[in-house]
Design a binder for this molecule. Structure first.
Ligand code: GNR
Ligand code: NI
Length: 179
C-alpha cells in the first residue's frame, strides 16, 4: 500500500476518459489499495484512479464518517454506470482533491442508481441519495474526464482556471530558479 500523489488542475490527465477494466488481477487490487490509502490520508470521501494518474474506470468511496442516510462502508466501484437518476435535483457544495481550496454549489439529480462490479467481479447495483449520490456522480464524472467545475457558471470556471494556470506557471518558474 502506498499514499500516491494526487494530480491537480491544470494537469490535463484529469480530462482523459478512463478505460474499462477487463481483468481483476493483482495490479488492480494494488491500485485499489493505493486509492483507499490515498483517499483516507487526504482525507476525502471518494477518489477516482485518474486522480492518481491511472486512467482506469475505478473509484473508491467511504462516507461512514460523513453521513448516516445511506448504508456506509468502504466501497470499490469498478466500471460503474448510472442506470437511473431522479428527476428531482439537489444543490450541494462540492470540493475536489484535484482542485484544492475551491468550493461551489452544484445542482445534480438527488438520487441515482449505479451498476458496477465489486472487487470480486460480482455485478452489483446500489441506490444512493444525499451526499453519497453527489459523491457517486462526482466520481463517475472523473472517470469520464469531467470535473465539478464543468457544472458551474462559465464566469466562475474561467476565473478559477486562469488562477490555477497562473499559479502553476509561477511554481514552474520558481523551480527553474532553484535548479
Ligand atoms: O472528499 C471529497 N468531498 C466531496 C464533497 C462534496 C462533493 C464531492 C466530494 S468528492 C471529494 C473527493 C474527490 O475529489 N473525489 O474525486
Ligand atoms: Ni474530485
Amino acid at each position: 500500500m502506498a499514499v500516491r500523489e494526487i494530480i491537480k488542475l491544470p494537469d490535463k490527465r484529469l480530462r482523459l476518459v478512463s478505460e474499462p477494466i477487463k481483468r481483476l488481477d493483482a495490479g488492480i487490487r494494488k491500485l485499489v489499495d493505493d486509492l483507499f490509502e490515498t483517499m483516507y490520508a487526504a482525507p476525502g470521501i471518494g477518489l477516482a484512479a485518474i486522480q492518481i494518474g491511472v486512467a482506469k474506470r475505478v473509484f473508491t468511496a467511504d462516507l461512514s464518517k460523513k453521513e448516516e442516510e445511506n448504508d456506509h462502508k468502504p466501497y470499490v466501484f469498478i466500471n460503474p454506470e448510472i442506470i437511473w437518476k431522479s428527476k428531482e435535483t439537489a444543490t450541494r457544495q462540492e470540493g475536489c482533491l484535484s482542485i484544492p481550496d475551491f468550493y461551489e454549489d452544484v445542482e445534480r439529480p438527488s438520487e441515482v442508481r449505479v451498476k458496477y462490479l465489486d472487487l470480486d467481479g460480482k455485478a452489483r447495483e446500489i441506490e444512493a441519495k444525499g451526499l453519497f449520490a453527489t459523491c457517486l456522480q462526482h466520481e463517475i464524472d472523473h472517470i469520464n474526464g469531467v470535473l465539478f467545475i464543468d457544472h458551474i457558471s462559465k464566469l466562475k470556471r474561467d476565473r478559477l482556471v486562469k488562477k490555477v494556470t497562473k499559479a502553476a506557471k509561477a511554481t514552474k518558474t520558481a523551480k527553474k530558479v532553484e535548479a
